[in-house]
Design a protein around this ligand. Sequence first.
Ligand code: ZN
Length: 312
Amino acid sequence: MYKFISRNRDKRKLHKSYIALFKHNLDQKWGKFVANQPLLKKVLPQGMTPTKLFVAEFRKLVDVYFSYIDYLNSLSVENKEIVNTTVKKFFNYDSHAGKIAKFLHDEYEIHNCVYCDSSKVSIFHHKRKEVRRFDIDHVLDKGTCPLTSLSLYNLVPSCKICNNSPLKGRKTIGDTIKEIKHLSPTNPSYDFWHHVKFVINPKFPNISNTPRVMYENEYELDIEYYKDTTYAKSVNLFELKDRYNTDFLHEALLYLDLKDKYTKRQILDMAKILGKTYDEVYEDIFKIKFDQTHHSLYRKAKEDILGITTFG
Ligand SMILES: [Zn+2]
């Protein structure tokens, strides 16, 4: 749902500080590692080194992911096991998980689950220790392809519900290579925000009961697509329609009722009486800027329902 925006606008600096998380000279280490394991020689595509892989663009990671799977499939069952276990040992996510999560939290403008916007991505302190209330999802599963388990653009802060089975688990977002490259929030052209719209529809024809919030059973939250229906694969994978109907419908109906209640004319009249501007009164009622600065949950859905988002 969210684009991945780094606080550090200089990509080179960002990449440098990411690679610095891993203290050893990894390319040299990999050279030695491979020298003792002839089966590993073909694991990385030509010209690719661990350091390059760590900061390679997401679309390149997808190519590495599929070529790794092809390579494994060309091996005997026994060799497959040897290669996968050895690669896992080198690209060991678990031993770096804490510092990677901290890096993403500090370096990126991410405050809520990137996939669902219904859970906070934050760190709090317990007895001076940092506790994080979010997972790091590997867009390309680290069990299937350990090669990309430490790659910056394969890592997405998300909630436990989105990250784990039965939702994402080990699955890819999208089915074809083209879709998979497109649907990662780390893909530079990913733009869920302006192609997916949350709307409220009556469940039955000719429903006009208001306030809607009193007739919750008569309405449902639905999802529409603008110019790019592939985002439906992401919406379906993360069960956004069902989750939003369960957790956000009531609030959504409240906003829609408020929108009916406070027309432009009324807000202008109120502004005159109160000695405020139109924008100030609008903000007092709808709290759009407040939600933006406080990174409130469900902000996109709220802005869609109030007609604020632009699409296409
Ligand atoms: Zn989530």
